[in-house]
Design a protein around this ligand. Structure first.
Ligand code: SAM
Length: 227
């Protein structure tokens, strides 16, 4: 459990997510591409977390990254992920942004929005997944269920990132489920050790699961991408 006197908790204060009218997902208007990545005025995610997610996706050697976002809300992190993957599916029972055919991934594919629940409706998405961002049901059982369900759905060499790793129920659910995984994996708990304060307690941080390294791809990603 994090120290509640940590000064990051007064610098990084967020409201709880609210549900209301569906509106276009807010995107940065900055001309500089790095400024667009670092523009954290919208949503519930810090600058460091935006850069961390983009960095993880950029370090992946797969030529084609099929990504899934569990819990998309107003679409803030969707805009971060879409710029660093080739196919993106966002799943949420109550998404706050409308699907828009001009919202594209780096490969030029429209981002798909699925109104539904994880893990129940993950079967409606094309597997295997190369990358998953888990930011949906933040209860211990919710994170546990997502993690168990993702085990058979991940591509070899895939990666799962969990937002709010510093929220105690998220931490408990992830640690319990990852112990039950049979596939080889590594858990980098709180790999991004950010902290956020909300009316519902302490959130923030990102944990990472890397799934079964593929020596052909992971040895030298740049060579694999540019043979
Ligand atoms: C913290 S918000 C997501 C924020 C978003 N990723 C961002 O940073 O812009 C959590 C979202 O998860 C959704 N959610 C809750 N339970 C879910 C579930 N079982 N499957 C998918 N999404 C879920 C909620 O509707 C809410 O929109």
């Amino acid at each position: 459990m994090s120290d509640s006197s940590d000064p990051r908790l007064t610098r990084n204060v967020f409201d709880s997510p609210t549900m209301g009218a569906v509106a276009e997902a807010p995107d940065s208007p900055a001309a500089h591409s790095v400024e667009r990545l670092l523009d954290a005025r919208h949503g519930l995610i810090q600058i460091a977390e935006r850069g961390f997610l983009y960095g993880i996706l950029s370090a992946m050697p797969q030529k084609f990254i099929r990504a899934v976002e569990i819990g998309t809300w107003t679409g803030t992190t969707m805009h971060v992920l879409r710029r660093a993957c080739d196919e993106l599916y966002c799943i949420d029972p109550e998404p706050q942004w409308p699907e828009n055919p001009s919202t594209l991934t780096r490969a030029g594919n429209p981002v798909h929005l699925l109104k539904g629940y994880s893990p129940r409706d993950l079967e409606r998405l094309p597997a295997p997944f190369t990358f998953v961002f888990v930011d949906g049901d933040h209860s211990e059982q919710g994170v546990y269920r997502d993690t168990i369900a993702l085990e058979p759905l991940m591509e070899r060499g895939g990666v799962i990132c969990y937002h709010d790793a510093n929220h105690p129920p998220v931490e408990r659910g992830l640690l319990a489920a990852s112990k039950e995984w049979k596939r080889p994996h590594h858990l980098f708990h709180r790999a991004c050790d950010t902290l956020s304060q909300t009316p519902d307690g302490i959130f923030g941080g990102i944990s990472v699961i890397t799934v079964e390294s593929d020596p052909n791809q992971d040895k030298e990603p740049w060579r694999f991408l540019n043979p």
